[in-house]
Design a binder for this molecule. Structure first.
Ligand code: PNS
Length: 176
Protein backbone atom coordinates (compact mmCIF):
# COMPACT_ATOMS: atom_id res chain seq x y z
CA UNK A 1 0.00 0.00 0.00
CA UNK A 2 1.27 3.49 -0.77
CA UNK A 3 2.04 5.53 2.34
CA UNK A 4 1.25 9.22 2.60
CA UNK A 5 4.10 11.65 3.14
CA UNK A 6 6.95 9.19 2.69
CA UNK A 7 7.87 10.35 -0.78
CA UNK A 8 6.94 6.90 -2.07
CA UNK A 9 5.77 6.86 -5.67
CA UNK A 10 2.02 7.23 -5.68
CA UNK A 11 -0.02 5.27 -8.19
CA UNK A 12 -2.57 7.30 -10.10
CA UNK A 13 -6.10 5.99 -9.77
CA UNK A 14 -7.24 4.23 -12.98
CA UNK A 15 -10.27 6.56 -12.95
CA UNK A 16 -7.99 9.58 -13.29
CA UNK A 17 -6.39 8.02 -16.35
CA UNK A 18 -9.62 7.99 -18.30
CA UNK A 19 -11.87 10.40 -20.08
CA UNK A 20 -13.91 12.71 -17.86
CA UNK A 21 -17.23 13.95 -19.11
CA UNK A 22 -18.30 17.52 -18.47
CA UNK A 23 -22.03 17.63 -19.26
CA UNK A 24 -24.30 20.62 -19.46
CA UNK A 25 -26.71 22.72 -21.44
CA UNK A 26 -24.05 25.31 -22.33
CA UNK A 27 -26.67 27.75 -23.62
CA UNK A 28 -24.22 29.41 -24.03
CA UNK A 29 -20.86 28.37 -22.55
CA UNK A 30 -19.51 30.97 -20.10
CA UNK A 31 -16.06 31.77 -18.71
CA UNK A 32 -17.07 29.81 -15.61
CA UNK A 33 -17.47 26.66 -17.74
CA UNK A 34 -14.22 27.40 -19.58
CA UNK A 35 -12.38 27.69 -16.26
CA UNK A 36 -13.68 24.28 -15.10
CA UNK A 37 -12.82 22.63 -18.45
CA UNK A 38 -9.26 23.97 -18.50
CA UNK A 39 -8.62 22.98 -14.90
CA UNK A 40 -10.24 19.58 -15.50
CA UNK A 41 -7.93 19.06 -18.48
CA UNK A 42 -4.97 19.29 -16.10
CA UNK A 43 -6.38 16.44 -14.01
CA UNK A 44 -7.72 14.08 -16.67
CA UNK A 45 -6.13 13.02 -19.96
CA UNK A 46 -9.24 13.82 -21.99
CA UNK A 47 -12.27 16.00 -21.31
CA UNK A 48 -15.39 15.26 -23.27
CA UNK A 49 -17.75 18.22 -23.15
CA UNK A 50 -21.23 16.73 -23.49
CA UNK A 51 -23.86 19.15 -24.77
CA UNK A 52 -27.40 18.24 -23.78
CA UNK A 53 -29.82 17.98 -26.66
CA UNK A 54 -33.17 18.11 -24.93
CA UNK A 55 -36.16 18.13 -27.30
CA UNK A 56 -38.36 19.38 -24.42
CA UNK A 57 -36.29 22.52 -23.84
CA UNK A 58 -36.15 25.53 -26.12
CA UNK A 59 -32.57 26.80 -25.85
CA UNK A 60 -31.48 30.14 -27.31
CA UNK A 61 -28.76 28.40 -29.35
CA UNK A 62 -29.22 25.20 -31.34
CA UNK A 63 -27.17 22.18 -30.35
CA UNK A 64 -24.91 22.76 -33.35
CA UNK A 65 -24.38 26.42 -32.45
CA UNK A 66 -23.52 25.52 -28.84
CA UNK A 67 -21.10 22.82 -29.98
CA UNK A 68 -19.48 25.03 -32.61
CA UNK A 69 -18.79 27.76 -30.04
CA UNK A 70 -17.19 25.26 -27.65
CA UNK A 71 -15.12 23.69 -30.45
CA UNK A 72 -13.86 27.09 -31.49
CA UNK A 73 -12.83 28.01 -27.94
CA UNK A 74 -10.83 24.79 -27.53
CA UNK A 75 -9.65 24.38 -31.12
CA UNK A 76 -6.00 24.20 -30.04
CA UNK A 77 -6.60 21.68 -27.27
CA UNK A 78 -6.42 18.15 -28.62
CA UNK A 79 -7.57 16.63 -25.32
CA UNK A 80 -10.82 18.61 -25.15
CA UNK A 81 -13.60 17.24 -27.34
CA UNK A 82 -17.25 18.06 -27.79
CA UNK A 83 -20.22 15.78 -28.45
CA UNK A 84 -23.98 16.14 -28.17
CA UNK A 85 -26.01 13.72 -26.13
CA UNK A 86 -29.62 12.82 -25.56
CA UNK A 87 -31.14 10.58 -22.90
CA UNK A 88 -29.37 9.36 -19.80
CA UNK A 89 -25.97 10.81 -19.01
CA UNK A 90 -24.77 7.50 -17.53
CA UNK A 91 -25.51 5.75 -20.84
CA UNK A 92 -23.57 8.39 -22.72
CA UNK A 93 -20.68 8.00 -20.26
CA UNK A 94 -20.67 4.23 -20.74
CA UNK A 95 -20.77 4.51 -24.53
CA UNK A 96 -17.74 6.81 -24.34
CA UNK A 97 -15.80 4.69 -21.87
CA UNK A 98 -15.89 7.46 -19.22
CA UNK A 99 -16.21 6.82 -15.48
CA UNK A 100 -16.00 10.40 -14.22
CA UNK A 101 -18.59 13.13 -14.55
CA UNK A 102 -17.34 16.60 -13.70
CA UNK A 103 -19.75 19.18 -12.34
CA UNK A 104 -19.05 22.71 -11.16
CA UNK A 105 -20.44 23.77 -7.78
CA UNK A 106 -20.84 27.51 -7.55
CA UNK A 107 -22.78 28.06 -4.38
CA UNK A 108 -24.92 26.41 -1.74
CA UNK A 109 -27.89 26.98 -4.03
CA UNK A 110 -26.39 24.54 -6.56
CA UNK A 111 -25.85 21.89 -3.97
CA UNK A 112 -29.27 20.30 -3.63
CA UNK A 113 -29.78 19.81 -7.37
CA UNK A 114 -26.22 18.57 -7.87
CA UNK A 115 -26.47 16.23 -4.89
CA UNK A 116 -29.70 14.71 -6.23
CA UNK A 117 -28.26 14.33 -9.70
CA UNK A 118 -25.01 12.77 -8.47
CA UNK A 119 -26.88 10.26 -6.32
CA UNK A 120 -29.33 9.40 -9.08
CA UNK A 121 -26.44 8.80 -11.48
CA UNK A 122 -24.73 6.71 -8.79
CA UNK A 123 -27.89 4.61 -8.46
CA UNK A 124 -28.18 4.19 -12.22
CA UNK A 125 -24.52 3.22 -12.59
CA UNK A 126 -22.40 2.90 -9.42
CA UNK A 127 -19.23 2.66 -11.54
CA UNK A 128 -19.55 6.33 -12.48
CA UNK A 129 -18.24 8.92 -10.03
CA UNK A 130 -19.25 12.58 -9.93
CA UNK A 131 -16.28 14.88 -9.45
CA UNK A 132 -17.19 18.35 -8.15
CA UNK A 133 -15.01 21.35 -8.86
CA UNK A 134 -15.35 24.86 -7.44
CA UNK A 135 -15.17 27.58 -10.06
CA UNK A 136 -12.66 30.37 -9.80
CA UNK A 137 -14.14 32.75 -7.17
CA UNK A 138 -14.62 35.48 -9.78
CA UNK A 139 -17.18 33.29 -11.58
CA UNK A 140 -19.22 32.02 -8.63
CA UNK A 141 -22.16 34.28 -9.52
CA UNK A 142 -22.09 33.50 -13.22
CA UNK A 143 -24.71 31.49 -15.14
CA UNK A 144 -25.75 31.14 -18.78
CA UNK A 145 -29.21 32.43 -17.92
CA UNK A 146 -27.86 35.60 -16.30
CA UNK A 147 -25.54 36.21 -19.26
CA UNK A 148 -28.52 36.02 -21.66
CA UNK A 149 -30.66 38.27 -19.49
CA UNK A 150 -27.97 40.91 -18.98
CA UNK A 151 -27.03 40.90 -22.66
CA UNK A 152 -30.66 41.14 -23.82
CA UNK A 153 -31.11 44.19 -21.59
CA UNK A 154 -28.02 45.92 -22.96
CA UNK A 155 -25.59 45.11 -20.12
CA UNK A 156 -21.91 44.36 -20.61
CA UNK A 157 -20.94 40.68 -20.56
CA UNK A 158 -17.48 41.17 -22.01
CA UNK A 159 -15.57 39.58 -19.09
CA UNK A 160 -18.08 36.81 -18.62
CA UNK A 161 -18.01 34.88 -21.90
CA UNK A 162 -15.38 34.07 -24.55
CA UNK A 163 -15.32 36.50 -27.53
CA UNK A 164 -16.96 33.94 -29.87
CA UNK A 165 -19.96 33.73 -27.53
CA UNK A 166 -20.31 37.50 -27.26
CA UNK A 167 -20.22 37.68 -31.05
CA UNK A 168 -22.87 34.96 -31.43
CA UNK A 169 -25.10 36.61 -28.82
CA UNK A 170 -24.89 39.85 -30.77
CA UNK A 171 -25.89 38.03 -33.96
CA UNK A 172 -28.71 36.17 -32.25
CA UNK A 173 -30.28 39.23 -30.63
CA UNK A 174 -29.86 41.31 -33.80
CA UNK A 175 -32.19 38.81 -35.56
CA UNK A 176 -34.80 38.91 -32.80
O1 PNS B 1 -26.04 22.76 -17.52
P1 PNS B 1 -27.13 22.00 -16.82
O2 PNS B 1 -28.46 22.32 -17.47
O3 PNS B 1 -27.13 22.20 -15.35
O4 PNS B 1 -26.83 20.44 -17.11
C1 PNS B 1 -27.71 19.46 -16.64
C2 PNS B 1 -27.37 18.06 -17.18
C3 PNS B 1 -27.25 18.08 -18.70
C4 PNS B 1 -26.06 17.61 -16.59
C5 PNS B 1 -28.51 17.09 -16.72
O5 PNS B 1 -29.74 17.64 -17.06
C6 PNS B 1 -28.39 15.71 -17.32
O6 PNS B 1 -27.49 14.96 -17.02
N1 PNS B 1 -29.36 15.36 -18.20
C7 PNS B 1 -29.39 14.07 -18.85
C8 PNS B 1 -30.58 13.24 -18.37
C9 PNS B 1 -30.21 12.35 -17.21
O7 PNS B 1 -29.26 11.59 -17.25
N2 PNS B 1 -31.01 12.43 -16.12
C10 PNS B 1 -30.83 11.59 -14.95
C11 PNS B 1 -29.76 12.12 -14.02
S1 PNS B 1 -30.40 13.30 -12.93
Amino acid sequence: MTEVGTGARRKKSPLMEKTAIYPGSFDPITNGHVDIILRGAKLFPRILVAVLENPKKKPLFTTKERMDMIRKIFQNRANIEVKAFQGLLVEFAKANDAKIVIRGLRAISDFEYEFQMALMNQKLNPAIETFFMMPNAKYTFLSSNLVKEVFSLGGCIHDLVPPVVEHKLREKFAKK
